[in-house]
Design a protein around this ligand. Sequence first.
Ligand code: S3P
Length: 446
Amino acid sequence: MSITLKRAADGQNLIIELKDVALSGKIHIPGDKSISHRALILGAISSGQTTIEGLLLGEDPRSTANCFEAMGVKISPLNAEKVTVEGIGLENLQEPNDVLQAGNSGTTMRLILGILAAQRGKFFTITGDSSLRSRPMSRVIKPLQQMGAAIWARKANTLAPLAISGSKLLPLEYHSPIASAQVKSCLLLAGLAIEGKTTVIEPALSRDHSERMLEAFGAKIERDPIDNIATIIGPASLTGQNVVVPGDISSAAFWLVAACIVEGSQLTIKNVGINPTRTGVLEILQEMGADLSLENERMITREPVADIHVKYSKLKGCEISGAIIPRLIDEIPILAVAAVFAQGTTVIKDAAELRVKESDRLAVIARELTKMGAKITELPDGLEITGSGSLVGTEVESYNDHRIAMSLAIAALGAQKTTTIKGVEAATISYPNFIATLQSVCGMEE
Ligand code: S3P
């Protein structure tokens, strides 16, 4: 029985080797990233104070907070137990005197755009890091332009940096070609300032945290989850609320898979958000044969939450495609790791969206797991993985993508020999304590 788990001197690389060590313990995961963004955004544009407990302290919500601070919103230090946002109302956001920085965060840029586009008479510029500057923005620019927005962007209005001249927007019924909560939320936020109904119709249901939270803050929302329709009836003025952020199921997913693939493991993950628009990963792991159970189910600020028990399980391959994809979109890299340790073939389809996330996640996870001996074929819109039940450690690379960094670390737990993960620091985007938790479930002192 032995563990090697150490950071290289520069903190960028993580070296992992586990021999006959089972994972155990109770894990508290960080706050949900999507809900954290939305609590900061709605808090900023409400009247009165919003308090947020359990806010994710990752880099992405920091980017959202920084943008609103630059527009005159007072936000207490994000590491406070209860973060306070002194809302100034939608109409009182100030024109920032510099470029807004969304960092690595697509959610920050796309959601904020809906608010900025409707700020009449004010001018904004917004940019991000090199990853974000290569991600498609036309998916939000086009519908906003149909509503009358004045937005300019690089490469024929597709890429950040963006310039926005706030204007009067008109209602729109938008048939989105993709199931994207970022697109839907951007347009619903734009609809806050618009007289009448702003409607988004999606090809499949995406996460509905915006709808739930907008309702809690006092907006009028109509929803049809069967036909994937969400409408906001504007104009709406929001009032500050007390928000408690549940743990992020996308972060829990790493431990669910870790316990399934490392023999003898048993973990309890506390306080996980189990909003049905996010639980595709639980359904697929159960279909693959994972031994997991939910306990202590409850509601926290309009979001369902539970503790999840998971045990080592013999997994089998399955097909992951269709309407479930948006419900597990961020978990596909870690599900690919589960598939490597499963018996039989797993086919993932309808997931071309992964090519425009923080990295091209289909290409990167296929390439890096192949280096460790996995049998993976990249498809235009997915992956075909033949379970081999084992991997061999080597040097792999995160490509600065948080979910790739953490997926590779979990793959390393199930691999023979030593794995070195380059760029593991990326994990801090959504999971600042990832390595400390990894140490603790491996029985090491934090
Ligand atoms: C998010 C929505 C998803 C997800 C992202 C966060 C959100 O993106 O991948 O990590 O908070 O709305 P899309 O809605 O673009 O698929």
